[in-house]
Design a protein around this ligand. Structure first.
Ligand SMILES: Nc1nc2c(ncn2[C@@H]2O[C@H](COP(=O)(O)OP(=O)(O)OP(=O)(O)O)[C@@H](O)[C@H]2O)c(=O)[nH]1
Ligand SMILES: [Mg+2]
Length: 308
């Protein structure tokens, strides 16, 4: 094992942070570290938390962190595309610091912003999940804003999906539309301290009860992340889902699916880089003559030489 991975496994936070950055940017040594960590991965329980901006996902995560820390678990957090990556990360850090200083030792928080990353967010997120898993984090929590391709790719790579709704945002109407109930394993109505939480709760419950389920029937829980209500129930429900995954062999299936997705995304990113390079190098060929077929044929043969 490389010395640097060894130090990260011993709990050196600075080294851990460096390793994760190299993996995120897919540097050659980053891929080496990912390879080493991937060989140790497959044990972590990965949990996705999705919902519209302001639904209270980060607040819920900090509630979960304190519950898990009490149980002596190591928690990794990945926040995808937070409205403000720097302040979101420190917002979370500050909240935890306020609760318990020793807690921070077992918690690692990373945020990824899509700005400047050109569509590589899901590959980065999934590589980070794999790396944190290999580093021995027991629970890996991934926060996303619940829309688009990135979200779908990330959510199909986690074990347990938690969908967060809130009163007063039309979530009850969304809940009644067909299809919305397909992704979540656990539905949360957050901000249950506010009026109309029951309206959202009833709508989601109705939607779930009217659908047919093969085995796992999604749960709905009312929570107030602000007041710390319902968090324990949520933790228990997450454990019930984990047990279900283990008993049905779906736990391992998910890890395999995540690796397939990760490899596909790495290769896509690599191929994309090659495509950009070939186009850039041959821009004169493209600009000089307006001969579409000939230009395409020439470029295709250059791709083949570059990729194969
Ligand atoms: N009343 C009430 N407010 C809450 C509750 N949970 C969170 N909030 C507030 O809702 C706001 C948004 O909370 P966040 O946890 O940042 O929400 P988020 O979903 O992570 O938001 P983004 O990361 O921007 O998408 C904050 O002002 C929280 O204090 C709750 O249970 N009740
Ligand atoms: Mg947030």
């Amino acid at each position: 094992m490389s010395e640097i991975v060894k130090r990260a496994l011993e709990g050196d936070e600075l080294v851990t942070s460096k390793i994760l950055t190299k993996i995120e940017y897919m540097t050659p040594d980053g891929l080496e570290y990912l390879d080493e960590l991937s060989a140790r991965a497959g044990k972590a329980h990965t949990i996705g938390i999705t919902g519209i901006p302001g639904a209270g996902k980060s607040s819920l995560i900090s509630g979960l962190i304190s519950q898990y820390s009490k149980r002596g678990l190591k928690v990794g957090v990945i926040m995808i595309d937070p409205s403000s990556p720097i302040s979101s990360g420190s917002f979370m850090g500050n909240r935890i610091r306020m609760q318990d200083k020793t807690m921070l030792k077992n918690v690692f928080i990373r945020s990824i912003a899509s700005r400047g990353h050109l569509g590589g967010v899901s590959s980065e997120a999934i590589m980070l999940i794999e790396a944190m898993d290999g580093l021995g984090y027991d629970k890996i929590l991934v926060e996303t804003v619940g829309a688009g391709q990135t979200d779908t790719e990330i959510m199909s790579s986690v074990h347990t999906i938690i969908v967060t709704s809130v009163p007063g945002t039309g979530d009850e109407i969304q809940a009644l539309k067909a299809g919305i109930m397909e992704i979540g394993d656990i539905y949360i109505v957050n901000k249950a301290d506010l009026p109309d939480a029951n309206v959202v709760y009833d709508a989601i419950k109705f939607s779930i009860d009217s659908a047919e389920w093969k085995d796992w029937i999604p749960k709905v829980i009312k929570v107030s992340a602000l007041k710390g209500l319902g968090i324990e129930e949520l933790v228990n429900e997450i454990e019930t889902h984990l047990e279900y995954l283990r008993n049905t062999g779906k736990f391992e299936d998910k890890v395999k699916e995540r690796r397939r997705e990760m490899i596909e995304l790495i290769i896509r990113k690599w191929a994309n880089d090659k495509i950009s390079k070939v186009i850039k190098e041959n821009s004169s060929l493209i600009y000089e003559k307006n001969e579409l077929r000939k230009t395409l044929d020439a470029l295709f043969s250059k791709f083949k030489n570059n990729i194969c």
